[in-house]
Design a protein around this ligand. Structure first.
Ligand code: CUA
Length: 173
């Protein structure tokens, strides 16, 4: 669904840019007085610049309010299950792959070769949590599954020829 929307939106803007390009190319032979055009578009540039800065500021402040995302919210005296994850070309070595609904889990993610991306997806291919798997670093990612089912670990960083085949499975009961 999201991919569908993204591809339609991309196609739309690609067509808009193509149309602008064709328009400009078609008009490029015409002779026009340069001064008023320059004045007009300098004004427009200032307007767009200021609008863009304001819009970006609003979006930035709005989206950063909840940082840091995904803080672990374990109940009192709840010890999370620690799972060691090692990424290798091309697979995931995990100390545990079966969990229960409501169990707080802390993944400790590293890599033994190149940088990979550790992404946890539900059955509808929604990304639930992710972190980088980097050699010589251990990154932590927290999750508490609220629905039973099979979840997939997909690699989010192009890491070689079989990057696409780097799929792990998690069972939640
Ligand atoms: Cu590992 Cu892509």
């Amino acid at each position: 669904m999201v991919q569908m929307v993204a591809s339609i939106v991309s196609l739309f803007f690609m067509s808009v840019i193509t149309a602008i390009f064709v328009f400009v190319a078609a008009k490029s032979q015409e002779r026009r007085e340069y001064k008023p055009i320059k004045k007009k578009w300098y004004k427009a540039r200032t307007f767009y610049g200021v609008t863009l800065v304001i819009a970006m500021l609003v979006v930035t402040i709005y989206t950063l309010r909840e940082l840091p995302y995904d803080q672990p919210v374990y109940g009192a005296e709840t010890e999370p299950t620690i799972v060691d994850v090692e990424a290798v070309q091309f697979g995931w070595i995990m100390s545990e792959t079966e969990f229960s609904v409501g169990e707080p889990i802390e993944f400790h993610v590293t890599s033994s070769d190149v940088t990979h991306g550790f992404g946890i997806y539900d059955k509808d291919k929604n990304l639930l949590a992710q972190t980088q798997a980097m050699p010589e670093y251990t990154n932590e990612v927290y999750i508490t599954f609220d629905k039973p089912g099979t979840y997939e670990i997909l690699c989010l960083e192009y890491c070689g020829l079989a990057h696409h085949a780097m799929i792990g499975k998690i069972e939640v009961k």
